[in-house]
Write a new protein. Sequence first.
Length: 277
Amino acid sequence: MDCLKESADPHLKGWLGKGSYMGMGIGWVVIATVLAIAGGVVGAMSLRTERPSPVAFIWMTLAFGAQLMALAWRGGLRGQCPLGDVGEICLFLAWSLTFFYLVTGTTYRVSLLGVFTAPLVILLQLIALIPGFFEKNVISADSVDAWREAHTSLSVLSYGALALAAVAGVMFFILNYRLKSHKFGGGLVHGMPSISRLVKAMARIAVVGWVILTAGIIAGLLMPEGNFSLHLMVATITWVLYAVLLGVYFVRGLPGRQLAIGLTVLFVLSLVVFAKL
């Protein structure tokens, strides 16, 4: 079936033509990647000063807008949440990561997090741009399973928060190392929050991701029995592991270093497992 006949906006496709419409969508991903690169470069350059530049935050905000346009394009093609191929999953995860950075970077006063977030966002979008990772002949869905849509979208959205918690963990390692090595020069240390605030931000961001993942799993359990998938099982195992880690931290107490290691290792392992499915 011709992709042009399956869009949520066939008039736009008819006016642009199939190739031009696909190019316009890919163009938004390229723009988002360029903007994220600009944000990362500006943020890295600001490390030479005593205070990170707010311009990096603006670049990442613009990248977020371009990501939204790209997701709207893919959603229009599919007629449902755009999580049907590798390109869409990477793009959605990059959008989620950017979203949580924009929210938590100001909420927890860890704006320097953008310097560490931008490279991961760029990597995800570059993977999405690999030829073939965005399906060309997308068939629009005739019907949508609301619970399945909620399960997939909330699960990937939660990974944005869990990824940011892992990025904050990497920040903790760097800050801890520089403080122990008495390397206080440059904007890297001065621009970072205190160790205690960074640890609290790590834990709270992870809790947000865990709560969203909880909602995603509940939605998955409410799917029709025939739609039960291996992804749901892996998501449930991931949920349990994060629950144990965060439970130990909040109930019994856990040193910041161990929390950072746990959040980073858990995210990397779960991402690898999902990539293999």
